[in-house]
Unconditional design. Structure first.
Length: 573
């Protein structure tokens, strides 16, 4: 259930009764749990407006709340805060509903929303590297959360498969295969790209041919297309391997590469010209002046949509893609999970699309930016020799390091078990280290901290889950369904468990997965305090039943919440 909105309807009535029905309520989770579970901060603002005494107004509101079944106590504090203590009877009842429901009693439904999430979207010329990690996993967790809340989610993997370098790659692929070298050619895409580039730079005839192929490719020449398709298929199958290892929802069906919009590029530019939104520049290129955007080098920035030689750009493809998402997919919300450095591109994309009437007022279009993954030296993460780190290598290392730790902690596990758990812990650690941070900031990649069993890490949360399971395994009888909260630790854990829905809604709205991570960490911490101070297996039967059920719900929410971050758990560790 959504506690906040449930309480809000009663609080609104209390505000009405106190004569301040129009004032914002400002209901928040209490900053300090010693003072209560929630607090209402709206009385001060309302009193200031009406020039009345804020504490008196707060007291009036608190009195009007007295009969609410969910409330144990409403206390006025400081200049006019109202601290709310939820009643244990109410919590007992809600917990039991939550335990019985497969969806934790979450009734909010975003089923009237179609959300297109553009994420991962690597350029296919090279193998996937660390730079692709953030978009892939942030996008995937948003996908999972929105889907769980009932939205119709369309994942869109907008791979770069259409630029100039594809002429070069096709030319090189043809050359190798004509030399009878079909086996070797595409096992290592990175090396393949480097070699093609060398050929391109040193052989003018080869470079000329490459350029010819780009044109042929974009004009739909069957032969060139079929070579290109070979290259694209192999790159995509590499990417799909990574997606599977990373436990993401992306499938080959989600790939809609830049090439898919080829036919709508010229019509897009023509439409912008006709509407007078784009203009022809002196050199013959076509562009839109981004009026209202901060100047760059003393000039209004521009969005080029067609080059002077007639070629199209990244911008044009995104305009065509956006039209498709609105007109054909009927999206209500567009999320682009892309590096923060592309923010001007997206500002321009949305601005031009709104002006052209392609992006209706009621459709939310959002760039979901993120910072860079840094090495210990505070520079973008690289290998020792300064190369970009292949994602496949990074995941191998994560699993190896996790295996060492798992073996140390639990020497009795079989080789197979170690491998399985190391996969869950290693991949989980890499993902969680990223998802638990505010995506807007850069962060330093550190094996030591992400694989630690202490602090806000995946292993800590995964371990909390195994601890829950070991308690449940040892409990002989969990057939009683009595829930009667008594201690403060039980109460705090219970309130937090019932906040799951409001947390998910805020993740969905703000597109911040770290809200969910912080919540799960809080649950694990509260559970650990509860576990230390409230004996479970030695308790009398009513206490034991209450505590076992709190334990069970903790396990379920940890497991479910982590699954929405795309992270698995294991009952043994
Ligand atoms: N392929 C692009 C890159 O690697 C990212 C594409 C993001 N999506 C988009 N619709 N522009 O930079």
């Amino acid at each position: 259930m959504n506690l906040q909105s449930f309480m809000t309807s009663d609080i609104q009535k209390a505000f009405d009764l106190a004569g301040v029905g129009d004032a914002p309520i400002v209901l928040q989770v209490a900053k300090n749990a010693d003072f209560g579970d929630y607090q209402i901060n709206g009385a001060m603002g309302a009193a200031k407006k009406l020039k009345i005494n804020p504490r008196e107004l707060a007291q009036k509101i608190a009195d009007a709340l007295r009969d609410c079944s969910w409330l144990a106590l409403a206390e006025v504090a400081g200049p006019g805060f109202i601290n709310l203590h939820l009643s244990n009877d109410f919590l007992n009842q809600e917990l039991s509903g939550c335990l019985k429901s497969p969806r934790f009693n979450i009734h909010t439904s975003l089923s009237n929303q179609t959300v297109v999430i553009d994420y991962s979207s690597p350029n296919l010329a090279k193998e996937m590297h660390v730079g692709h990690l953030r978009s892939t996993i942030i996008g995937d967790s948003l996908h999972r959360v929105l889907k769980f809340l009932g939205a119709k989610v369309i994942a869109q993997n907008h791979v770069g498969d259409w630029g100039t370098q594809f002429g070069m790659l096709v030319a090189y692929l043809m050359e190798r295969q004509n030399d009878g070298d079909s086996e070797y050619a595409l096992t290592d895409l990175e090396q393949f790209y480097r070699e093609a580039k060398v050929r391109f730079d040193e052989d003018a005839a080869f470079a000329e041919k490459s350029r010819e192929y780009v044109v042929k490719l974009q004009q739909g020449d069957e032969e060139v297309l079929s070579w290109w398709r070979q290259f694209v298929d192999i790159s995509l199958s590499h990417a799909q391997n990574i997606y599977t290892r990373l436990n993401t929802l992306l499938t080959p069906d989600d790939v809609v590469g830049e090439s898919a919009y080829n036919d709508d590029l010229q019509p897009c530019v023509d439409a912008l010209m006709q509407q007078g939104i784009a203009r022809e520049d002196v050199d013959g290129s076509k562009l839109v002046d981004l009026i209202g955007q901060p100047e760059r080098d003393g000039k209004t920035p521009v969005y080029i949509v067609q080059k002077s030689d007639g070629g199209f750009l990244y911008a044009t493809t995104d305009l065509a893609c956006l039209r498709h998402n609105i007109n054909t997919l009927h999206a209500d919300r567009l999320l682009y999970v892309v590096d923060a450095r592309q923010s001007l591109h997206f500002t321009a994309l949305f601005d031009v699309s709104r002006r052209a009437g392609w992006l209706p007022e009621n459709v939310r279009a959002e760039h979901i930016p993120f910072g860079t993954m840094m090495g210990k030296d505070n520079k973008p993460f690289k290998t020792r020799s300064g190369d970009t780190v292949k994602l496949a290598d990074l995941l191998d290392e994560a699993e190896e390091r996790a295996a060492t730790i798992v073996r140390e902690k639990n020497p009795d596990l079989s080789v197979d078990e170690v491998r399985k758990i190391a996969h869950i812990v290693g991949i989980g650690a890499v993902k969680y280290a990223d998802l638990s941070k505010n995506r807007m900031s850069d962060y330093v990649f550190s094996w030591e901290s992400m694989l630690s069993f202490e602090g806000n890490t995946a292993p800590y949360l995964q371990y909390a889950y195994t601890r829950v399971h070991s308690v449940l395994r040892r409990a002989k009888d969990i057939s009683s369904h009595v829930i009667a909260l008594q201690t403060l630790e039980e109460h705090r854990l219970a309130v937090a468990l019932l906040q799951y829905e409001e947390v998910l809604l805020s993740v969905a709205d703000a597109a911040y997965p770290h809200y969910l991570a912080a919540y799960l960490y809080q649950i694990a911490t509260l559970f650990s305090r509860f576990y230390e101070s409230c004996p479970i297996l030695q308790a009398n039967s009513e206490e034991q039943s209450t505590r076992l059920q709190l334990t069970e719900l903790t396990g379920k929410i940890l497991q479910h919440g982590l699954s929405l971050l795309g992270i698995e758990v294991s009952e043994k560790m």
